[in-house]
Ligand binder design. Structure first.
Ligand code: ASP
Length: 466
């Protein structure tokens, strides 16, 4: 059986970098689709290509719920409630508020630009779903029956349950009661194992992704011709533009706290570029850590805020989810209702917690959002084709967000920031002269706690989701 040449071919396929396989699939799909259209072979070839693309979409949908449940529980339990003192509260609040702002920014710009306008996805009737009012959507977050929420595909309700159970587990892990703590640690190990399993499955699915993307793009191109290229370029412009705007907002936020923006930018340049190139905020962690140190942030802050940020703070990804959801709505001719928009914002924030800082994780988050607002999944394939390009910008945005939060929190805590240009000067910078400067207990804050187990498990930064 070792004479069979196919295993070697398969090995070669597996070893070939996924990002290139996706690029080849994208270009090949475009060429094949245009060729099919030019030769008028739609009736013969599309019935073969269609199911090949559908398989990819179904596989993506299949892993959404296992992924949400495991990564959210792991994410929440990575913060020990005890450690979630003043620094924790500040940084978590910063991460949540900026994520909500980011997803709103992505949504708003995309709603203004309508990146998907002019393109309609073949085979998908532009049917507006019956969307319940906002109050009902919010109430629907608390499921009467979590299993029903799972079978109904209610993403928000499942996220709510995972968060609640995750928090309870975090408290159990911190319990004084030895038996409870042991059980909780066992459960946590189980969740970690399950998460690894889910990532293994995703890894396998993604080996199929190039075939799925090829088929889906070819079908779109065969039916729409060059019409899809303009909208995709527009979407890329919206995502990049919104991320740049978000960075400008960060800089403006820092001004009243008297952060030396020029110095911050010089120090942040390396990690942001690394994030852009590696497409992994978890993988960028060592570079971010060095940058925080160079800025003058003390380990007691960055040792906690940066690993946490790489696991639960994804502003660039939140922007992408907002913009791409509008793109999909445009293509399917659906006018997003206020309730759907509110759902996207909520999911953007919650999924920020549940998304691993690894390449391509945002695509799964997008699939999850699209499912939860009742939009058809088919246009997601178009976005998947250019996902790597979007991932670069959003990862850079994610890394920048973590650094801004870290710098601001360090500046607000006495003894946690030392201006590198002024080593003899007061330890805390001007922003620490707030109401908190009085006798502070922060210096006794556990210094440099070991980094929390990141939401994506042990092999942080090594996993490639697309
Ligand atoms: N690649 C991103 C990150 O590591 C996550 C994403 O895919 O949006 O931060």
């Amino acid at each position: 059986m070792s004479e069979n040449p196919s295993p070697t071919l398969w090995r070669r396929y597996l070893n070939f970098p996924l990002i290139w396989k996706m690029v080849i699939a994208l270009v090949g799909g475009v060429a094949a689709g245009l060729g099919i259209a030019a030769l008028g072979l739609q009736d013969t070839l599309l019935p073969i290509l269609d199911p090949l693309g559908e398989i990819f979409l179904r596989l993506l949908q299949m892993v959404i719920f296992p992924l949400i449940v495991t990564t959210l529980i792991a994410g929440v339990t990575s913060i020990s409630p005890k450690r979630l003192g003043r620094i924790g509260t500040k940084i978590v609040a910063f991460y949540m508020v900026t994520s909500a702002f980011a997803v709103t920014l992505g949504l708003s710009i995309a709603l203004l630009v309508s990146p998907g306008a002019g393109l309609s996805m073949p085979g998908e009737p532009a049917e507006a779903e019956d969307v319940p009012p906002v109050s009902e959507t919010l109430l629907g977050i608390i499921p009467a029956n979590p299993f029903e929420a799972l079978t109904e595909g209610n993403v928000l309700a499942v996220m709510f349950c995972a968060l609640l159970f995750g928090l309870a587990l975090a408290f159990m892990m911190d319990s004084e009661n030895d038996a409870h703590r042991d059980l909780a640690l066992l459960l946590r190990r189980g969740v970690e194992g399950a998460m690894e399993l889910v990532f293994k499955v995703i890894g396998g699915i993604l080996q199929y992704a190039p075939i799925g993307v090829f088929a889906l793009i070819a079908v779109v191109m065969a039916e729409t011709g060059f019409d899809a290229i303009g909208p995709l370029l527009k979407l890329t412009g919206v995502v990049y533009g919104a991320i740049i705007l978000q960075v400008v907002v960060y800089l403006v936020i820092m001004l009243p706290f008297r952060v030396r923006v020029g110095r911050f930018l010089v120090a942040a340049k390396d990690p942001v570029l690394t994030g852009f190139v590696t497409r992994s905020s978890s993988g960028t962690l060592p570079v971010s850590t060095r940058a925080a140190e160079r800025m003058g942030v003390k380990e007691g802050v960055y040792g906690f805020t940066l690993p946490l940020g790489s696991a639960i703070n994804m502003d660039g990804t939140a922007i992408y989810v907002g913009a791409a959801t509008v793109f999909v709505a445009n293509i399917t001719g659906v006018e997003l209702t206020l309730g759907q928009i509110a759902t996207v914002v909520l999911i953007g924030v919650l999924a920020s917690i549940g998304t691993a800082g690894v390449p391509g994780a945002g695509l799964l988050m997008l699939s999850m959002t699209i499912t939860s607002v009742g939009l058809p999944m088919a246009p997601v394939a178009l976005v998947a084709g250019i996902d790597a390009v979007l991932d670069m910008a959003r990862t850079a945005g994610n890394v920048a967000g973590d650094l801004v939060g870290t710098r601001l929190v360090a500046g607000s805590e006495e003894g946690m920031f030392q201006d590198p240009d002024d080593p003899a000067g007061p330890e805390a910078d001007a922003s620490a002269t707030g109401p908190d400067t009085a006798p502070t207990e922060t210096s006794t804050e556990p210094s440099a706690p070991e980094p929390p187990v990141a939401a994506d498990g042990a092999s942080v930064g090594t996993r490639d989701v697309t």
